[in-house]
Write a protein that binds this ligand. Sequence first.
Ligand code: SAH
Ligand code: SF4
Length: 409
Amino acid sequence: MTETVSEMAAPAADGVLRRPSLVGRTRAGLGDALAEIGVPEKERRMRVGQLWNWIYHYGVREFDAMTTIGKGLRAQLAERFSLDLPEVTAEQVSTDGTRKWLLRMPSTGPHDRGAEIECVYIPEVDRGTLCVSSQVGCTLTCTFCHTGTQRLVRNLKTEEIVAQLMVARERLGDFPNRKAPDGAFVPNDGGRFVSNIVFMGMGEPLYNFDGVRDAIDVISDDQGLSLGRRRITVSTSGVVPQIGPLGEEMGTMLAISLHAVRDDLRTELVPLNKKYPIKDLLEACRNYPGLSNAKRITFEYVMLKGVNDSDAEARELVRLLKGIPAKINLIPFNPWPGTRYECSDWDRIERFSEIVFRAGYASPVRTPRGRDILAACGQLKSETEKLSARARLMLEQDEAGATPAVAAE
Ligand code: SAH
Ligand code: SF4
C-alpha cells in the first residue's frame, strides 16, 4: 500500500482553507484519518468499514448522513475532514451522449497548483465506460498523441484517480437511491451507468504503478464502488518490466498500444519502443498472469493514413500475435490541431479489419466518440494546456525569486 499522506488544511485557489477530503482514500488512509482524531485502535477497523460503506457504496456528501456513526464522532470528523470531490471546472456533453469533465484537484499546499485533468464517460448500449487519467500529462512522447505534447507532468495520487469515478457517479446519479441532476435514475436492474473503466485517459498508468494499483483496490472493493477487476482495463504503451507485476498485483484486463508491426516504425510512433522493442513486449504479453481465451489482451492499433495501414502490415500483425489470446482494436486516428498525421480512409480501415477478422480475430473498429468535444482517445489535452502555460509562467516567476503563487486565477 502506498502511504496516504495526511494533509493539513491547505489554501485552495480562492485562498479559503479547505479540510482534507476522505474521498478516494484507501482503507489504510481512512484508518490514518481516524487515528488523527484519536479514535482508539481497536475501534478503527469497524469505523473504517462504516466510513467505507457511506463514502463508496452510498456516495454520501455529508458526515451527518452517516447515520450508523454516532453524532459525536460525526462532528469530530466534520471538523477535521471533508467529503469534497474535485471541482468540476467544465462539463461538456457531446451530441452522442459522451461527457467530458475537466476536474481541478484541490491544491495541497503552496507548491501544488491544483492540477487539472480530464475524464470521459462513454455510454453504450450494453455498458457505460469511464476513461480515466493516471497522470497529469505524460512523460512519453508518442508522436500521434496530443497528451504526449504536454509538458506539465505529475503522477495522480490514488485519491485523485478514485475521485474521477466518484465525480462521474455523482454527476450521473450513479449511487443507490439517487437521481442524476438531469433527472435520470440508476438503471433499476441493479446495473450501473458506469460499468467499466479504462485507463486510457491522460498518462502512462504503469509509470504510476502504486497509485494506480491502490486506486484499483479501492474501485474494485465489493463493499464499496464494486467495479470488478474484469471490468477494468489498464492500457500501456509497453512498459515491459511492469506488465507481469500489473497482472499479479492488479489482476485487471490488459491493453497494449501496439500501433506498428516493425520496430523502426514503432520507435517513431511510440519512442518507448527503443527501450522495449516489439519482441520483448510480446514476450511479456505471452507471460501475462491469468491470460486465457476468456481473458484476452487487447491490442490497440491506431489507423494512420499511409503510415501503418497497408495489407502487408495487417497480415504481419496477425502473424506477430499468433499464440496470444488477443483482441485487436482498430482505432481511427483522432486528429488534433497541429498534428502531422491523418486518419486512414474508411475503405482502408475496412480492408485492414477484414484481414484481421479473416485470421480469426474479432477486430472491432472503435467508433470515435465525443469528437465534437475533443473527448476521443489521445485528444485529452486542450484544457490542461492552459494549466501548462500558466504553470510555466509561475515556475518562471518562482525561479526569478517571486513569491510562489498558489493556483492563482
Ligand atoms: N498511455 C497509455 C494509455 C493512454 S492512451 C497508452 O498509451 O496506452 C490510450 C490509447 O489512445 C492508446 O492506445 C493510445 O495510443 C491511443 N491514442 C493516443 N492518441 C491518439 C489519437 N490521436 N487518436 C487515436 N488514438 C490515440
Ligand atoms: Fe503517453 Fe499513451 Fe499518449 Fe503515448 S499514447 S504519449 S504513452 S498517453
